[in-house]
Write a new protein. Structure first.
Length: 221
């Protein structure tokens, strides 16, 4: 199972996570987020193109042209749409990437509450490479609360998904045994933080180890 760590902005922290073997690194380009990359642009522009892990740009209600600009500037591999973007927007973004010959993957996020209907995802099927299911809360992300994962039993679409929302170290054994073939990756964030945007790499290392059935440390920081 893949692991994505989201909300990064500290250079040393990013390098440590790359050494841990994290599959996806998430960078938030949304000014209202406490994890907004902000004035780290120069550092990230130099650092990210040389990283082998997939770089994910997280956007909320951004225009297509702005997204494309950030993709090209930072060498992003994936765009995560975390706002209220509709299927038409996703189609337009996908078309723009194709015209520019940019092999960018698109993740469309859905906020899951008690009565979430997975049929709401169907219109996005042709335009998203992955879905991401996060907890519906007062913030668009980073609420630190897990939704009832039993609702995933109702997911039967042929599209792999990321699972997010309040995932913590204690959840590793449960997540490892979730019986859903479409579960592609786990997206961790606030529960693994020292402060907003700075991750506890030792805790993440242990999380990866538990998911991998490893009792000894595989990775050195």
């Amino acid at each position: 199972m893949k692991v994505k760590v989201c909300g990064l902005k500290n250079e040393k922290n990013i390098i440590e996570l790359v050494r841990l073997g994290v599959d996806y690194l998430g960078f938030i380009f949304y000014e209202k987020s406490p994890r907004f990359v902000g004035n780290r642009n120069d550092v990230l522009q130099k650092l990210l193109p040389n990283i082998q892990a997939k770089k994910v740009g997280v956007f909320v209600g951004a225009e297509v042209e702005l997204i494309v600009e950030k993709v090209q500037k930072f060498g992003l591999d994936v765009v995560q749409l975390h706002g209220y973007e509709n299927a038409n927007f996703c189609e337009n973004l996908q078309t723009k990437f194709q015209r520019l010959h940019l092999p960018i993957e698109i993740i469309k996020v859905f906020s899951v509450g008690e009565e979430f209907d997975f049929s709401d995802c169907e219109a996005f099927m042709p335009y998203a490479d992955y879905f991401l299911f996060d907890t519906k809360g007062k913030n668009l992300g980073g609420n630190g609360i897990a939704f009832d994962w039993n609702v995933l039993k109702n997911y039967h679409l042929n599209k792999p998904f990321f699972l997010s929302g309040g995932i913590d170290l204690q959840h590793a054994p449960i997540l490892k045994n979730l019986q859903n073939p479409a579960l592609y990756a786990l997206d961790i964030n606030s529960r693994f933080e020292i402060e907003a945007g700075l991750k506890d790499t030792k805790k993440i290392q242990k999380f990866i180890s538990l998911l991998s059935n490893q009792t000894n440390s595989l990775y050195c920081i």
